[in-house]
Ligand binder design. Structure first.
Ligand code: PEP
Ligand code: MN
Length: 338
């Protein structure tokens, strides 16, 4: 339920109303708008409460929210959320491309990758320091050492960095070393992790679980928003279906639906859907056409030497070509991409 206050409502009246809401064992979450304050009431709301609140002379209206994802829903926030990372804006008219290797492997590899993407005019690099691997015998990531290398990249190149976080204990240190935290597909319903990233002041890319419905995906975002972090970027990365010809089935329909249902920026990871580099091109174009706000793409300076996901990582020159394609498709759908 949302309580829309009149523009002239005083801070004292807002506090009183919050107290009245808390007395009913409900949680008031105020949002300061340009003109007026809106109080979101979370919990088991009832119609009789709404009548009492509506009767207050500083209340403009009380509106029920029917969607289960109260804070992510457009019913709650009709304007789109723009997530700012440095001078980059996700969810605005500008399309954003994040590129980089699957994993941080060494100082030499990560510096080379950063300089390549910098040379192409990109501002944010992806690279995982912590790796969720199906096999315990596969490369597990450099861990904290990898975070330090990412911080070094930031300092020496000015490129911003994003990395996956798997363990609640690593959230504070990761938030201190990188510009964006990523919750990977395998952890989309790790509720403790969602709560923890909800408490830090660092934007979060939340990937869709490989078997998660769109509703479950948005409910996962809801955990982060509810815990206080409003800077959430949704990422469709393909789901598991009966099809085995490629790694995952990119759910373009979900991209369109997420844009329709939520106010959050939506990006697409074509690499983990494709599983092979050639498919990254058509999937990226489809994502832009479907209304995505950005891409998360794997690129490695030498893909054949990559410690993980080499087959789906673009060669540097392929990334350059992809960026040209992105620009053309963006122009066709009235988005800018520099
Ligand atoms: C990744 O981005 O490298 C990754 C592991 O992706 P996902 O969580 O989508 O499988
Ligand atoms: Mn990967």
């Amino acid at each position: 339920m949302i309580i829309v206050l009149k523009p002239q409502a005083t801070p004292e009246q807002v506090e009183n109303l919050k107290g009245m809401i808390q007395e009913k064992k409900l949680n008031p979450v105020p949002f300061d708008g340009e003109e007026r304050i809106v109080i979101h009431v979370l919990g088991d709301t009832r119609d009789e409460y709404s009548k009492a609140w509506k009767a207050l002379d500083f209340v403009e209206n009380v509106v029920p929210i029917l969607r289960p994802y109260k804070l992510s829903s457009k019913e709650h926030h009709t304007l789109k959320t723009i997530v700012r990372v440095g001078d980059v804006k996700f969810g605005d008219t500008e399309f954003v491309v994040i590129a980089g290797p699957c994993s941080v492997e060494s100082e030499e590899q990560i510096m080379r990758a950063a300089n390549i993407i910098k040379g192409m005019g990109l501002k944010i690099m992806r690279a995982s320091a912590f790796k969720p691997r199906t096999s315990p015998y596969s490369f597990q990531g450099l861990g904290i050492e990898g975070l330090k290398l990412l911080k070094q990249v930031r300092e020496e190149t000015g490129i911003m960095v994003e990395t996956e976080i798997m363990d609640v204990r690593d959230v504070p240190i990761a938030a201190d070393h990188v510009d964006i935290l990523r919750v990977g597909a395998r952890n989309m319903q790790n509720f403790d992790l969602l709560k923890e990233v909800g408490k830090v002041d660092c934007p979060v890319i939340l990937k869709r679980g490989m078997s998660a419905t769109v509703k479950e995906f948005i409910m996962a975002a809801e955990y982060i928003l509810y815990n206080g972090n409003k800077n959430v970027i949704l990422c469709e990365r393909g789901i598991r279906t009966f099809e085995t010809a490629y790694r995952n089935t990119l759910d373009i329909c979900a991209v369109a639906l997420l844009k329709q249902e939520t106010h959050l920026p939506v990006i697409v990871d074509p690499s983990h859907a494709a599983g092979g580099r050639e498919l990254v091109f058509p999937l990226s174009k489809a994502a832009i056409a479907a209304g995505a706000d950005g891409l998360l793409v794997e690129m490695h300076p030498e893909p054949e030497k990559a410690f993980s996901d080499g087959d789906q990582s673009l060669y540097p020159e392929q990334l350059a070509k992809l960026l040209k394609d992105v620009k053309r498709v963006c122009a066709a759908v009235d988005r800018s991409f520099e």
